[in-house]
Write a protein that binds this ligand. Structure first.
Ligand SMILES: Cc1cc2nc3c(=O)[nH]c(=O)nc-3n(C[C@H](O)[C@H](O)[C@H](O)COP(=O)(O)O)c2cc1C
Length: 210
């Protein structure tokens, strides 16, 4: 491949990455089963430590189920809010937690589970490394998630990754139990939108290179 072609590909890809936003407002168009499977198929092409592929997915695309899931999260937030005194912290959390419940308007939510650290690696890394870092399963689930969201974008499907709802992990996993040795690690909403938010931007690259 010629150098010019490489540059062209890079610039196109960079623009693609820059244009993709996290979307929290969806219209009522459904995401087809075929598209969901395409998105998951792209997700599972991600790398993982020693190719463990320690990930599982629960697809929730029934509107009533999504509503019930939102209610579980909303109840947990309310329980937490009751314990806080009126004031800045309570108000800030109330505002912030709206980003945990917008999923009620999305036509498809995927729960993502990652494999828990294995005993053999715990012994291997001992206290030299933080265990989770050594295992790398959360890192690779992040790669799966990015693959899923970018491939969805190529299909015209918007998405948003979420970890906020994990505040209600216990109650969510009572309803949607993880497979043995797995834990709930994130969610992604998928859907179509007419509402494209402005790019919140990124800091200049120089800030990150140390
Ligand atoms: C690991 C992770 C967890 C996130 N959790 C939430 C969340 O709980 N709720 C939410 O609305 N957005 C969540 N986001 C989306 C971020 O808010 C969003 O990526 C960020 O504001 C930048 O906006 P952009 O994706 O449109 O560039 C999460 C993103 C990541 C990577």
């Amino acid at each position: 491949m010629s150098k010019t072609k490489d540059v062209f590909l890079y610039n196109d890809y960079l623009n693609f990455l820059k244009n993709k936003r996290s979307i929290r407002i969806y219209n009522n168009k459904k995401v087809s089963q075929d598209d969901i499977l395409k998105i998951i198929n792209a997700g599972i092409q991600a790398p993982s430590p020693t190719n463990t592929q320690g990930w599982k997915f629960k697809i929730i695309d029934d509107q009533n189920e999504i509503y019930d899931l939102t209610l579980i999260i909303k109840n947990e937030i309310d329980e937490y809010l009751i314990k806080l005194d009126d004031g800045f912290l309570k108000q800030s959390f109330k505002e912030y937690s709206k980003n945990f419940t917008f999923l009620k308007n999305s036509p498809c939510v995927i729960l993502l589970y990652s494999i828990k650290p294995r005993k053999i690696l715990r012994n291997f890394f001992k206290s030299k490394l933080n265990f989770y870092k050594g295992e790398g399963s959360l890192l690779s689930l992040g790669m799966v998630m990015q693959n899923m969201m970018l491939s969805a974008y190529t299909l015209g499907i918007s998405s948003c990754p979420l970890t906020g709802p994990l505040i209600a992990e216990k109650k969510i996993t009572t309803k949607y139990p993880p497979p043995k040795k797995y834990e709930l690690s994130g969610l992604i909403t998928f859907g179509f939108t007419n509402n494209f938010p402005i790019n919140p931007g990124r800091k200049p690259m120089e800030k990150f290179i140390i």
